[in-house]
Design a protein around this ligand. Sequence first.
Ligand code: TLP
Length: 344
Amino acid sequence: MERYIDLRSDTVTQPTPGMRRAMAEAEVGDDVFGEDPTVQRLQERIARLLGKEAALFFPSGTMANEVAIRAHTMPGDEVIIEATSHPVTSESGAAAALSGVQFRPLPGRRGILSAVQIEEAINPPDIHRPPSRLLCLENTHNFGGGSVFPLEEILRIREVALRHGLAMHLDGARLLNACTATGIPAHLYAEPFDSVSLCLSKGLGAPVGSVLAGTSSFIEKALRFRKMFGGGMRQVGILAAAGLYALDHHVDRLEEDHIHARMLAEGIATLPGVRLNPDHVETNIVIFDIAPSGMTPMQAAARLQEEGVLVLPFGPNRLRAVTHLDVDGDDIQKALQIFQRVFS
Ligand code: TLP
């Protein structure tokens, strides 16, 4: 059979020939000794992009988030965080295991929290209660369906955090998707946060890599915890070169992924076996409810796979489809015909 149209995640992309060439030709050194010039170029470039003093390269978004949590907190602290955000749902309990912190998960609206909701959740000083130390937001929000966190609300949240002495971390794994959707530059989204992580291996199409940015003293602290967590890497300029290539070649094209996601959403929304409001699809993630089809997510994903489309079961009654640089307009049309067969 011909190849699958793989919509499971924007992490499934193949490095392009140009990216592979850039990787092969990268100048490298031992990065644990701070001697890899390509890693340094990438870190400086991301720090500039996010308007921060410094940045640090990581093997994964998970490690970047978890090191940020470790560097901002002490064991016994409380982290205020949206209930379906990545560290809560998808990082294997790392914050509890590696940082000894307690999450205070708040229900968001498609992943988005309000300043009022956050202020109500902050613990007053009281020896019975864990000190509320850190606030984590996610932009775009994965489980929220690629939703964009409104900048005005982030600024209101920043005021609350400042008033109560909380640090703020942004999981910006897909921050450039938010920038593409709104036209707001990355440094403005990043400005209210003490630290920001950004993934190169999602919509940007690099095979590996995330970068954490913040003040120089924060990044110095993060460097130590990265080593402690086993994330010190050696001639890793080979991977940083892929990230630099992605920043040069794969940012402007994110718009295309958003158009494809929208096409997909509008088509899927018309099918009787599915519930989906296409207006909720703001970036490259399409999450839809398949309860009316009578199938479980596993059954529906298996049916779609038989027909040539891969999607991800994403909680009770839900499937997720994500667009990326390895699917084009023709693939979307073909996928829609398959969705039609499965959900009509
Ligand atoms: N997300 C993956 C899965 O883990 C769900 C995906 O396919 O979307 N923050 C956010 C918002 C993410 O979506 C992800 C990965 C991460 C962090 C972690 O990145 P990695 O996979 O590099 O550890």
